[in-house]
Design a protein around this ligand. Sequence first.
Ligand SMILES: [Zn+2]
Ligand SMILES: [Zn+2]
Length: 99
Amino acid sequence: MYFCNECKEQFGEPRLMSDTHYEVDTRTDEVYSVCPYCASSDYEEMVSCLCCGEPIRSSEDYCTGCIDFANEAINEFSWKMAAFENANKLLLHVLESEG
Ligand SMILES: [Zn+2]
Ligand SMILES: [Zn+2]
């Protein structure tokens, strides 16, 4: 998969274009590939999300779905840790007052 930096579209295969250079040699066609949506050559090959394998931009490690999921899990975890710490404090308090 490829990601176009110009029009933000994703595509499987870039479109091949050829430029005929009349000024150099009439038989030489320079073939280059562009985004099939906007014909921009400013596109990049996508990489796979390290977690689920979804195609993502090469500047990222994880897709937004996995990042959202991780953030939720972290929130839930920190909430549980806070609850656990409070319970721990309460337990210590009870033990101290009994001692
Ligand atoms: Zn494009
Ligand atoms: Zn993912």
